[in-house]
Design a protein around this ligand. Structure first.
Ligand SMILES: Nc1ncnc2c1ncn2[C@@H]1O[C@H](COP(=O)(O)OP(=O)(O)OP(=O)(O)O)[C@@H](O)[C@H]1O
Ligand SMILES: [Zn+2]
Length: 735
């Protein structure tokens, strides 16, 4: 008689939808432990997802695990979540799990971690103040100002202010300005900000949602910008944490997770351990925070999309801020939507989930207001701004056809800016650059610079005098004369942020102007610097793109000028007007936040377009309902469910053959699903690869999923898959 075999079913980070059997001599292994195993000639990290005493593998071929780590990295609830995602997004289980655990775990050797500290200013520093710092020490200044704001900051927040924060902290330490304390799980003292009492609408929202604690309910908290949604979240969290053994997960878009937001939460939850999870943490920090959550020690987890997978044994409430934000959708690997995964998780753990926004996604708007199943999807409104005397800004369209536009600016807008300069208030010039950037154009033969690897035009970077491909990064010198006809009169078309900046400098030589875009604000530290400068009125005019439109408070900002948004009105993307509306609504929300009145000027050739009519009256509801009618007629989301198959290869014939076979197969698998012909996307070539895609569409999610089960395994087995790279995107946001 032989000993009973201990066979571990191990999920690995490989693109195969199966688990692998390994032998172990450790009888009390648990599901969720991770292991190092031999895989071909390599060693790999894997996760135990099953334990058995039988295997179909011959005992000669059965290999043993190399190492078993004692840490159990997920619990039963997380495992359910992984299984759901693997099935719903048709992505292998092993890859699903391993894309959700902190990458630090995946390194083959884990070292002990260093102690962690929190930093605060000494009374001496507070007394002397920033003005006493040496004039050119901008990083020191930034850190001190952030500490004045937040009282206590941890290392990750400091790092987001500057990558050289350590040196600055040492300097401050030598000056006797800083005190540090070791991080323990509780006992933190953040400054207490005055706590407002809830207004009627906030109170109603709080009461309704509180009624559903302990059971699943999805809530849309629809509240205009500045209506006090965050205050409602905070009260709900307070309420939840009154009970022992509770944890709360707060999901936010990446750009919103600033030290300011973190400190607002910390100051209100000083008794509780709060951790953040986002991409600006180091691997070690991420792992520490994640473990605190997994062990139940962290009561509040604030994180970006990936944190929806954080194991939290006592999870009792999920909050999603800015529910409509596209950054909740992961665009590579496991293409999940964190909001949808969060709803599944709330359902499966039988807890409430609250989604707040001023401009809900049409899917959520539909669920909350139009479906019969409103018992499971509650709808709450906050219709006025929370701070007394703060009204919504007045929105005006400037008809560029009737106004004498000079270098992109109409005289009305220029006058409005001049007026703010006079009143020492701030202006924001917003350019919607989605899908738009200046290209170099030859005035005589219409030549434009093109990327030789992608079907895209090269973007002009005037300061560096270079042309760059924004898709593959290809970079070349800006030519002196047209490569096609030799003409030397080459000029950049359209309005980039750099050109706007130059024009504004001409109009207002005395103004302090700051331009913010991906080129000038690559790091989070630069962005934080900007917030501080705005707050201290060191900037008069801010020029920026969509990254500025999210929920930041600029108390001295009273004018927003929007230029050049018209291309989004006629985009082939069916979500373009939904996005434009929410972007303009968000950016308008930046004006007049405190007690100065805000104004928004939109320059457009289509001042009567319904989107602007709706904006002027701040009428998201009407606009959304109109859009829903259009979507219903066109049979688009949320009335139909879509799946996108994207494929690319060096040769177009391979791509097309693969997609045509896929199309035929899909047609044979189901009659309830519409299968469209393969088409080329707008970006036909990318990084030297030829691309094409096809769309599946169905009225029934179940029918679509059923088709996908058979179809995706068929695609995985297709021999052309060796030449063609493909991905399946369920509920795609971009086409
Ligand atoms: N009931 C209240 N009474 C007075 N002030 C309040 C009240 N609720 C919130 N506030 C204040 O109003 C401002 C906006 O509130 P909050 O940030 O909660 O709004 P929001 O809807 O989350 O904003 P955003 O649109 O930026 O996401 C904050 O300064 C907050 O302190
Ligand atoms: Zn390119």
């Amino acid at each position: 008689m032989t000993d009973a075999l201990h066979i571990l079913k191990v999920a690995l980070d490989v693109p195969l939808d199966r688990v692998f059997d390994y032998r172990t001599d450790k009888p009390n292994t648990q599901i969720g432990q991770y292991v190092v195993v031999p895989f071909g000639a390599r060693k790999m990290i894997g996760v135990v997802v099953g334990i058995s005493d039988t295997t179909a593998i011959e005992s000669k071929k059965l290999k043993s695990i190399i190492r078993l780590d004692p840490e159990v990295i997920f619990d039963e609830q997380s495992f359910k979540l992984f299984q759901f995602c693997s099935q719903y997004y048709h992505y292998p289980l092993g890859q699903t799990i391993l894309s959700a655990v902190p990458s630090r775990l995946k390194k083959l050797n884990t070292k002990a971690m260093a102690k962690k500290y929190l930093y605060r200013l000494t009374p001496k520093a507070i007394e002397l103040g920033v003005d006493q710092l040496p004039p050119r020490q901008t990083i020191l200044k930034r850190i001190v100002m952030a500490l004045i704001d937040a009282t206590l900051l941890d290392e990750s927040s400091l790092r987001s202010i500057s990558s050289t924060w350590k040196k600055s902290i040492e300097t401050l330490d030598e000056m006797g300005w800083i005190a540090k304390e070791e991080v323990t799980s509780d006992d933190k003292a953040y400054r207490q900000a005055p706590i407002p009492s809830l207004n009627d609408e906030q109170q109603k929202a709080f009461d309704e949602i509180s009624k559903t604690n302990k059971t699943f309910a999805a809530w849309l908290l629809y509240g205009i910008t500045g209506s006090g949604k965050t205050e409602v979240y905070i009260r709900l969290i307070e309420e939840a944490l009154k009970k022992e053994d509770t944890q709360v997960l707060v999901l936010v878009p990446e750009i919103n997770l600033t030290p300011q937001l973190e400190s607002r939460f910390r100051s209100r939850f000083e008794k509780y351990t709060l951790v953040t999870l986002h991409s600006h943490l180091t691997d070690n920090e991420r792992l520490t925070h994640w473990r605190l959550a997994k062990e139940g020690a962290a009561k509040i987890v604030i994180g970006t999309r990936l944190s929806v997978f954080t194991p939290m044994p006592h999870l009792s409430l999920i909050i999603i801020d800015e529910e409509h934000d596209a950054s909740f959708k992961q665009q590579e690997g496991l293409r999940y939507h964190a909001r949808d995964v969060a709803i599944f998780r709330a359902k499966s753990e039988n807890i409430p989930i609250v989604m707040g926004t001023a401009t809900p996604s049409l899917e959520t708007w539909f669920n909350a207001t139009k479906t019969k199943d409103t018992k499971k999807f509650g709808f709450l409104k906050l219709t006025s701004r929370a701070v007394d005397d703060s009204a919504l800004p007045e929105i005006k369209c400037i008809d560029v056809a009737k106004s004498k536009v000079s270098k992109g600016f109409s005289p009305y807008l220029i006058e409005a800016i001049r007026d703010r300069l006079h009143k020492k208030e701030q202006s924001l010039i917003f350019i919607n650059r989605r899908g738009f950037a200046p290209v170099l154009l030859c005035s005589s033969c219409q030549w434009t610079g093109r990327c030789h690897r992608c079907s895209s035009r090269l973007v002009v970077h005037l300061n560096q005098k270079r042309l760059r491909c924004h898709h593959c990064g290809h970079d070349e010198k800006m030519p002196q004369q047209c490569p096609s006809c030799g003409n030397t009169d080459l000029y950049p078309t359209g309005l980039g942020t750099q050109r706007i900046e130059e024009t504004l400098k001409e109009f207002f030589p005395e103004a302090r102007i700051l331009r913010v875009d991906r080129d000038s604000t690559k790091t989070k530290e630069a962005l934080n610097d900007l917030f501080l400068k705005m707050k201290n009125r060191e900037i008069d005019i801010l020029i920026g793109t969509q990254m500025l439109s999210k929920g930041h408070d600029f108390p001295h900002l009273s004018l927003v000028g929007v230029i050049d948004t018209d291309q989004a009105l006629y985009s082939p993307d069916f979500r373009a007007s939904e996005r434009l509306f929410s972007q303009l609504m968000q950016v308008s929300g930046r004006a007049g936040r405190a007690n100065i009145k805000g104004e928004v000027y939109i320059q457009t050739a289509f001042p009567n377009h319904p989107i602007f009519e709706a904006l002027k009256t701040h009428d998201y509801e009407n606009f959304a309902n109109e859009l829903l009618k259009e979507r219903e007629l066109a049979e688009l989301s949320p009335f139909a469910f879509l799946v996108l198959l994207k494929a690319e290869a060096h040769q177009l014939t391979h791509v097309m053959q693969f997609l045509n076979e896929a199309m035929t197969k899909a047609q044979n698998l189901s009659t309830q699903v519409t299968v469209y012909n393969p088409v080329r996307p707008i970006m036909e070539r990318l990084k030297g690869m030829e691309r094409a895609q096809l769309v599946l569409q169905a009225n029934s999610r179940v029918a679509l999923q059923k088709l996908l089960d058979g179809w995706v395994s068929y695609l995985r087995e297709n021999k052309l898959g060796q030449r063609v790279k493909w991905v399946v995107d369920v509920d795609p946001l971009e086409f």
